[in-house]
Ligand binder design. Structure first.
Ligand code: HEC
Length: 698
């Protein structure tokens, strides 16, 4: 009798859990997500990916009372780019190295964690840090793409592995950083690697079994092997030269997607050309379809419907993988079904999402490679200033784009699209000695040009001219309504709400709320690490929360050599959740970056010069241009005695492989490594001198 009562009790307890939290997301629920304000059930909040929430308990009047309700420390100091999902009171987010965290969304308590154990050697094949942008949820399962190219299904209740599939082909240079999207039981996933010479594609997998249903390539393969479909045949006619397919082509689908259930169209954005240099890739011209394009596909079978190419003949790493938003807009008295994107190339596009026809396009940052987009032809009018075949060019936007992956937000109440833009350019110089190297960086431009000037005045001018700008953009009038400048580029993604608010984190570590109508700053909070991920909002038991995964990183943080305010050594990522009148405090961050006295100089002028060159080909992608660390990975000017002693063992021998620092013995000679060491000591001495001078003057 007694045991029967216990059993009964147990049974009712278990069924209570499963009734209240079965994480049962499906097509209908995502289609209706617009009216489900409490939860955040898909990457961009809805299939149209507006990233707008109708919640308004937190609003322009009381936002100044926001405080920390809970925070949860993650376990890596690499970049954090995730959009968390919130379903049935549980928050599902990701950290660096594709690790998934499930937390109680009202208390922050960790429910489970899943680490797919990505081998750290993978780090070499990642252009842009060990990041992940989030998971998808469907019928009780969590779906995750990993850096080493696996698609994984987990039990949403406890994180147990249900199935996993390798989605990448025989190249080591494919990686997944983007969030999967799910349409009618199909998990749609792309990948990255276009900077390393891969062929882009997107695939769909059966959500229950993990079986692949279709794959759509974005660029053609070797014509001798036959084309997969008519679209590839069409695409191949836009490439030229005798061996273009051997370069991989690029066009990877590494981030944005959107879905219109009524038209039953899946929209994907494709990446840059591989190599970047167009003349190498396609010497006799051609548009190189479907690079830098938006493509509409049938989600049931991956069939091509239409495309719009933003940058024909891409020469500058101008991906069109940036956030895609679907909205119905009144344009010239007509209600148009539009698709909006601000790709890297500097233009804001409004496109008819039924046909792919261009409606309008205007530049949202300074653009030097084209005068304008011709509305009749839908094509850019290119200028000589973007052509670096014969002359070196300083091109705006640079390869990191006028806008990168950081999501925008469309607020239907203000009618504005909020864009995290950046004012950045890049010196493009042709790499005269370029040859294709499989599973290696393939840009075809001279990366040593990225080295910042030594002259301090030139350097300060350069630093001053680079900045971030939050832009409130009217997509109908195609013009900026208000703007806010930020000290540095590489600021966080956006969220707008019915509380007349826009939220954004900055690379300097502030989470800020602006008035959505006029851009007035209403509130900010110092999170002590750069913020690049977009905030989300949700509501549980009538209480509204605001949440962001803080943690600086990503490509700019690794490569640019421009550290933000918090660069005193890396700090682990952290999920931080706010609510009105909450008072939790973050532990104080002690940033003590003290420079050890550099050792004696090594080498001569010629070896230091060689070291500088090889450094910018092999090391600056992670340790920063000019050997100035961005605050995420070790700043090599600050090496201590032990590290100097181990320099060759680390650099060539792979002593720190488990930390994501592979050995370069198969890529550079011992003399090159010694020359890099000599260059780094020289840079350390220059910095040491300046820092000593600075503190003496204080
Ligand atoms: C793919 C990214 C990546 C590249 C490329 C890379 N490193 Fe590293 N490196 C790391 C990481 C990650 C660490 C260890 C974690 C940390 O210190 O932040 C590291 C650490 C080091 C350290 C130890 C620093 C210290 O103070 O502990 C040295 C020395 C080093 N790298 C040298 C080099 C050299 C020389 C090159 C070019 C030949 C290079 N690295 C290229 C990622 C990279």
């Amino acid at each position: 009798m007694y045991s029967r009562i216990i059993l009964l009790f147990l049974f009712s307890f278990i069924s209570q859990i499963s009734m209240s939290s079965n994480f049962d997301i499906n097509t209908k629920k995502i289609i209706e997500a617009k009216s489900n304000q409490e939860e955040w059930i898909t990457h961009g909040r809805t299939y149209s990916e507006e990233r707008f929430s109708g919640l308004k308990q937190i609003n322009e009047k009381n936002v100044s009372n926001l405080g920390i309700e809970w925070f949860h420390d993650l376990d890596s100091s690499r970049g954090h780019e995730a959009t968390p999902l919130v379903v049935d009171g549980v928050m599902f987010s990701t950290g660096a190295w594709s690790v998934v965290f499930a937390n109680d969304a009202s208390t922050g308590e960790l429910i489970w964690k899943y680490d797919p154990q990505v081998p750290r050697e993978k780090a070499y094949y990642l252009c842009c840090d060990a990041v992940n942008r989030g998971v998808a949820i469907w019928e009780g399962k969590i779906y995750l793409g990993t850096l080493d190219g696996r698609l994984i299904a987990l039990d949403a209740k406890n994180g147990a592995l249900i199935w996993e599939k390798i989605t990448v082909e025989d190249s080591k240079a494919y990686s997944i950083t983007g969030a999967p999207r799910i349409i009618k039981d199909k998990v749609i996933i792309g990948n990255g690697g276009a900077d390393f010479g891969v062929r882009g594609y997107v695939s769909a997998y059966n959500s229950k079994t993990g079986e692949m249903i279709w794959r759509f390539y974005t660029v053609p393969g070797n014509p001798k092997d036959g084309f997969e479909n008519e679209a590839m045949k069409l695409a191949a006619s836009t490439w030229s030269g005798s061996n273009w397919w051997e370069y991989g082509g690029g066009g990877t689908v590494w981030d944005s997607m959107a879905y219109d259930p009524e038209l039953d169209l899946l929209y994907i954005g494709t990446g840059n050309g591989s190599p970047w240099n167009y003349k190498v890739r396609s010497p006799d011209g051609g548009d190189n379809l479907f690079l830098s394009s938006i493509i509409a596909l049938r989600p049931d079978n991956g069939e091509y419907v239409w495309h719009y190419q933003t940058t024909p003949g891409d020469n500058w790493d101008y991906t069109a993988t940036q956030h895609i938003i679907l909205a119905d807009l009144m344009i010239d008295g007509q209600n148009r079904k539009t698709l909006m994107q601000a790709p890297k190339n500097g233009f804001f596009y409004v496109i008819d999402r039924l046909t792919g026809e261009l409606i309008s396009a205007e530049n949202y940052v300074r653009v030097t490679w084209a005068n304008k987009i011709n509305i009749e032809t839908g094509r850019p009018e290119k200028t000589a200033l973007g052509d670096y075949e014969k002359e070196d060019r300083l091109v705006s936007p640079g390869a990191l784009g006028g806008h990168n992956w950081m999501p925008m937000s469309y607020n239907p109440e203000t009618g504005l699209v909020y864009i995290p833009t950046q004012e950045l350019y890049l010196p493009f110089q042709k790499d005269k000695e370029y040859t294709f190297k499989k599973d290696n960086w393939n840009t075809g431009i001279d990366l040593t040009a990225i080295n910042p000037p030594k002259n301090l005045l030139q350097l300060s001018l350069l630093v001053k001219s680079i900045r971030g700008r939050l832009s409130a953009w009217d997509p109908i009038a195609q013009k900026e309504i208000w703007k806010k400048y930020q000290t540095l580029p590489w600021n966080g993604g956006l969220l707008s709400t019915a509380g007349n608010l826009v939220f954004q984190g900055t690379s300097d570590g502030e989470l800020i709320a602006y008035n959505a109508m006029n851009g007035n700053k209403l509130w900010s909070y110092d999170l002590q690490t750069g913020i690049i991920a977009p905030p989300i909002t949700y509501s549980i038991n009538g209480k509204q929360y605001l949440s962001v995964v803080a943690g600086y990183g990503g490509v700019f943080a690794l490569q640019a050599g421009l550290p933000p305010k918090y660069s005193g050594g890396p700090i682990n990522g952290r999920i931080v959740t706010f609510a009105l009148d909450s008072k939790e405090q973050l532990p104080k961050r002690i940033a003590n970056k003290i420079m050890p006295k550099p050792p004696e100089s090594m080498g001569n002028e010629a070896s230091i010069a060689n070291g500088e060159k090889v450094y910018h080909y092999q090391c600056h992608m992670c340790h920063g241009a000019g050997a100035i660390g961005g605050g995420v990975i070790a700043d090599l000017r600050y090496m201590d005695k032990e590290t100097h002693d181990n320099f060759l063992a680390i650099t060539l021998g792979g002593l720190y492989t488990n930390k994501g620092m592979v050995g370069f013995a198969d890529k550079i000679s011992e003399q090159d490594a010694k020359d890099i060491h000599a260059y780094l000591i020289q840079r350390a001495k220059e910095t040491y001198y300046l820092e000593t001078l600075n503190s003496a003057l204080k």
